[in-house]
Design a binder for this molecule. Structure first.
Ligand SMILES: Cc1cc2nc3c(=O)[nH]c(=O)nc-3n(C[C@H](O)[C@H](O)[C@H](O)COP(=O)(O)O)c2cc1C
Length: 223
């Protein structure tokens, strides 16, 4: 069954409960090819992926991930107390699912680790007096393509970045060259339950402006 790109985007929820069953190579090839189709600055494609399936490496990565996840949850629980009920309920559910992923990381069939070479990246905001984000645009386009392709294949997946906090250990485990950084790790597998579903996001009226920042954008429905 094929789904439209809009349906894929509307239902690309984070899926953190994955079955240990393997992912077929032809499916893996399609989702990786989707990643390579992404645009990058100057078409340099300054990223590579390490596709981890080795069980010992997965267990070692899982230990690193679980330690960072537990730390994240401890910090986040204090923030959640101050949030509106609906938001803290959403996060509580995400934490339960995240605990599952942390506990079962070693069983994840495939982990796609995105690496990048900063010397090949067009980073046009380096001179700005704020955190630089443009470099990431040559990596996360590919990450999003991969996620959407997984969604289209009925595979569960979630963009994770906690392993970036343990980059030296991840680099050593996966023989990533010192000059390369890590940008994301995507656990992929068949979902335990229903998997993906409708996403909950802010409406366009809160996200898009007309001509000046903060100005409401009026869009007429075309007939
Ligand atoms: C930059 C980024 C980093 C993220 N890091 C993690 C992570 O380390 N672990 C995790 O479980 N989810 C992670 N997520 C997933 C988000 O928590 C999730 O997309 C968000 O809560 C929305 O959830 P939904 O897509 O299910 O609606 C990350 C997402 C993004 C975009």
């Amino acid at each position: 069954m094929t789904i439209s790109v809009y349906d894929a985007m509307h239902t690309l929820k984070a899926v953190r409960r994955l079955r240990p069953d393997p992912v077929a190579d032809d499916v893996l090839e399609r989702v990786l090819h989707a990643a390579t189709c992404a645009p990058t600055g100057g078409n340099r494609q300054p990223w590579r992926v390490v596709v981890v399936r080795d069980r010992e490496k997965m267990r070692a990565l899982g230990d690193l991930y679980a330690e960072r996840w537990r730390h994240f949850v401890t910090v986040y629980k204090t923030v959640m107390d101050a949030l509106p009920a609906a938001q803290s309920e959403f996060l509580s559910r995400a934490i339960v699912a995240g605990n599952y992923l942390a506990d079962h990381f070693h069983e994840v069939p495939v982990l796609v680790v995105f690496c990048f070479d900063p010397t090949q990246m067009a980073i046009t905001d380096l001179g700005q007096p704020r955190v630089s984000v443009v470099g990431g645009a040559s990596i996360y386009t590919a990450v999003q393509n991969l996620l959407l392709a997984c969604r289209a294949e009925g595979l569960g997946c979630v963009l994770t970045t906690l392993l970036c906090e343990r980059e030296p250990e991840v680099r050593a485990l996966l023989a990533i060259p010192d000059a390369w950084g890590t940008a994301a790790a995507i656990p992929i597998g068949h979902p335990v339950g229903r998997g993906h579903g409708p996403v909950t996001r802010k409406p366009i009226s809160e996200m898009a402006y007309a001509d000046s920042f903060g100005q409401p954008l009026a869009l007429r429905a075309e007939r």
